[in-house]
Design a protein around this ligand. Structure first.
Ligand code: ADP
Ligand code: ZN
Length: 761
């Protein structure tokens, strides 16, 4: 038998290509790379006649290599090592592999999603700028020149406070001392300082400055919660928590203090937030607490360039970052010494990726926490019912903060019944009066209308026709400012014509109300008020989001109108009135989670009122004032909502009482899509009918095929088959057969497997 390291045998590695392949491939290590490749290295390899990028996941042992040699297999050789250092470690690879198995998604593509974009292409990694850095050298000569002394003292001082890397960048010295070049070269000649080239570290905080704050004295509820979390962090075991705390109850303070303890114990923290652009305040609070204490915070946000993302990834790999804050993809951050994971606003549906690798950030955080044996804290004022149910079953430890911090009370919520009300421009008399009174007191209003654009339709007054998207089964939304009709799904735009597209009439009128129209009409009603809008259109320019936040904070805005963006976790002390213009829109959404989403949205937006010293008020306009969901929201009563909603879910075995997998088929040819869906469903049914995966309660229910609610989207026809089961194993068993049915599907029809689907439109 061949010995390990046997020189007569070639060296071989297993490589996962960042491509949709079912398994890793084996490559020879060429002579010039012998002994150099280790797990996690990124390599370029030949694939057919082309090149591909892959990650080395294993060095084959001599037995395996001998077997390959004996079988006479012809292997290709690795073409190039792309980066000096590995880009992932073994734990992260194992995590991504497990995640890919769970979501029935190819490992290589899952890995591609997990890695920063710059690493997926064949070209060498994105260029990182170099800069000159000065550090103190051994020399002890005493200096006479004051300038020399000053510069040297500055470098010494900086090193003392120093971060791990140490040294002062040339740019910083140039800011402190005008033209320090000659002084620096003299000091270097004298052996007092050394210079070296280092990667330039860009400011991830875009120049935003925060002032330091200090730890708050916790109240009793907070203290109890923190103690539970902290005792878990010292135990090196997986402990999942559900931190249920009403808005403003001080959850963030608990995260801060728990993380402080973790970092003090030389471990790292991972903080997931739904959308980083919407949570500048959270990032600010982390910085205010930790910056300047030799604790480095890494923020992963969509504003980073490819090179910056790559930078951040490598800084984390080098162990230079103590706290990573980011949106769902940060769950893959390469933290080797993880000590805690926090998932803030864990109920938020943006944790679920809606295309490609359809993972759920919160669920993967739990998986990662389990693998790393660390606590995972899921925080929310309105937990996902799935998390709530898990806590009821004892699978998550529940921690509750039932009161707002200090003497602040939750705002009172009043329903405004719109039936028969005289509604001018979508606002009831009550809401208009309340806005007027708020403006009078120089306080701020927040109005939620979850629909952007000016109006959802331009409608012909003569024949009732409206404009439709040529690519989707959707009407086009009228954006008056832009002078365009737009599809909110595929971004198709067209100018409106003068006349009705159907009857040629000239009576095209905007119908319904979007944020743009609401803002315009409020301006007419309150000419002196300073009104701003926050939705995807108004915040597309870089920095515009931050600008709105700043103006809100500085009280330069009186009324902020926006979509669900305004409901997310920021804290404006001046807001005392929140108005929900149309509470019914979300309730009437055709989805089994619509009640859950509505409740969360209402509770979250209501939580924006009265965060300062003055009490808040919330007005909710509805045509369904007896809806039990609204009643619970009125009372800020999550528990009652959960108790009311869960039995309804249980009745139909919907999550969390059952498990769903959605099979989505789509293609340009309607018949091919429908035919493939039928064939697939019939085969799935057959498999179940044969008793192979259990029947009845123990089995899988096949629902459909049915056209998706959005049957045509971006020119593609879409059908879905929903698989439902009370336990996971039979679903897994059924889906394990998928590969054999893949052949039944027309080659022009795409099949997507969505495990634990969230969006089924
Ligand atoms: P949540 O994250 O639950 O919405 P926050 O952590 O943002 O709540 O807390 C709400 C407000 O109360 C913040 O302004 C915070 O600084 C303040 N706060 C939190 N905990 C305390 C405390 N123990 N004592 C005083 N103020 C606190
Ligand atoms: Zn469209």
């Amino acid at each position: 038998m061949a010995e390990a390291g046997d020189k007569t045998l070639p060296e071989c590695v297993a490589v996962v290509l960042l491509a949709p392949l079912p398994r890793p491939l084996t490559y020879l290590v060429p002579a010039q790379l012998r002994g150099q490749l280790v797990l996690g290295h990124r390599v370029r390899v030949p694939l057919g006649s082309r090149s591909a990028v892959g990650i080395v996941i294993e060095q084959l042992d001599s037995t395996a290599i001998a077997a390959i040699v004996n079988a006479g297999a012809k292997l290709k050789a690795v073409a190039e090592l792309l980066d000096k250092d590995p880009v992932v470690d073994n734990d992260l690879l194992t995590f991504v592999r497990r995640a890919s198995t769970y979501y029935l998604f190819p490992f290589g593509l899952a890995l591609k999603t997990a890695l920063p974009a710059g690493l997926a292409s064949i070209t060498a990694a994105p260029k990182v700028k170099q800069t000159t850095v000065y550090t103190r050298a051994e020399g002890t000569i005493s200096l006479r020149g004051t300038r020399q002394k000053e510069v040297l003292a500055y470098i010494e001082q900086a090193e003392k406070q120093g971060e791990k890397q140490g040294g002062v960048e040339l740019a910083e010295l140039c800011q402190q001392f005008p033209s320090p070049y000659s002084v620096l070269s003299r000091l270097e000649e004298l052996g007092l300082i050394k210079s070296c080239q280092r990667e330039k570290q860009r400011d991830p905080f875009l120049g935003i400055v925060v002032t330091a704050d200090s730890e708050l004295q916790l109240n009793e509820e907070q203290d109890a919660a923190l103690n539970s979390i902290c005792s878990a962090t010292t135990q090196d075991k997986f402990s999942p928590f559900l931190l249920h705390g009403v808005t403003g109850s001080g959850k963030t303070e608990i995260y801060l203090q728990a993380i402080k303890a973790v970092v003090a114990a030389n471990r790292q923290a991972l903080v997931l937030v739904p959308e980083i652009a919407l949570t500048p305040q959270l990032v600010g609070r982390f910085r205010a607490r930790f910056e300047g204490q030799q604790i480095r915070i890494g923020v992963l946000h969509s504003g980073l360039s490819v090179a910056e993302r790559y930078d951040m990834w490598r800084a984390i790999m080098r162990d230079e970052i103590h706290i990573v804050i980011g949106a769902r993809s940060a769950v893959f951050a390469p933290l080797a010494h993880l000590g805690i994971i926090v998932v803030d606003e864990e109920h938020d549906s943006s944790y679920k990726q809606s295309e490609g690798f359809r993972y759920h950030g919160r669920d993967l955080a739990l998986m990662r926490g389990q693998m790393a044996q660390v606590p995972v804290v899921l925080g929310s004022a309105t937990p996902a019912l799935a998390s709530w149910q898990r806590a009821q079953q004892g699978l998550l430890t529940q921690l509750s903060l039932l009161n707002r911090v200090g003497a602040r009370t939750l705002p009172s919520v009043e329903l405004v019944d719109m039936t028969g009300a005289e509604v001018e421009t979508g606002l009831s008399q009550q809401l208009r009066d309340a806005i007027a009174a708020t403006l009078e007191r120089h306080e701020q209003c927040l109005l939620l209308l979850n629909r952007r654009g000016y109006a959802p339709y331009l409608l012909c007054g003569d024949c009732g026709a409206s404009y439709r998207c040529p690519n989707c089964e959707i009407t086009l939304t009228w954006h008056r400012q832009a002078g365009q009709l737009r599809c909110h799904y595929c971004d198709y735009t067209q100018p409106p014509s003068e006349v009705c597209p159907r009857c040629g009439g000239v009576a095209m009128e905007p119908e319904g109300m979007g944020t743009e129209r609401l803002a315009a009409e409020l301006q007419q009603m309150f000419p002196a008020a300073r009104i701003a809008r926050m939705d995807r259109d108004a915040t597309s320019a870089k920095g515009s989001q931050q600008n709105i936040f700043n103006r809100m904070e500085n009280r330069e805005i009186d009324i902020l109108v926006g979509t669900q963006m305004v409901a997310k976790g920021h804290d404006f002390a001046g807001v005392t009135l929140v108005g929900v213009v149309d509470a019914d829109a979300a309730l009437n959404f055709p989805d089994f989670r619509s009640a859950e989403r509505s409740f969360a949205l209402l509770a979250q937006v209501a939580g924006r009122a009265g965060r300062g010293e003055v009490e808040g008020r919330v007005l909710v306009q509805t045509y369904a004032s007896d809806n039990p969901v609204l009643e619970c929201a009125m009372e800020h009563d999550y528990i009652r909502f959960a108790e009311q909603e869960l039995p309804l879910r249980q009745l139909l075995y919907y999550p969390p009482f059952g498990y769903l997998v959605n099979l989505l088929l789509s293609g340009l040819d309607q018949q091919a899509v429908e035919h493939s869906a039928e064939l697939l469903a019939t085969n799935l049914q057959g498999e179940i009918g044969n008793g192979k995966v259990g029947n009845g309660d123990a089995g899988v229910e096949v629902l459909g095929p049915a056209p998706c609610p959005l049957f045509r989207l971006r020119n593609r026809y879409r059908m879905q088959i929903l698989l439902k089961a009370q336990t996971r194993p039979p679903l897994r068993q059924l889906l394990a057969q998928m590969a054999q049915w893949q052949k039944l599907i027309d080659k022009n029809v795409a099949l997507v497997v969505d495990v634990d689907p969230v969006d089924m439109m």
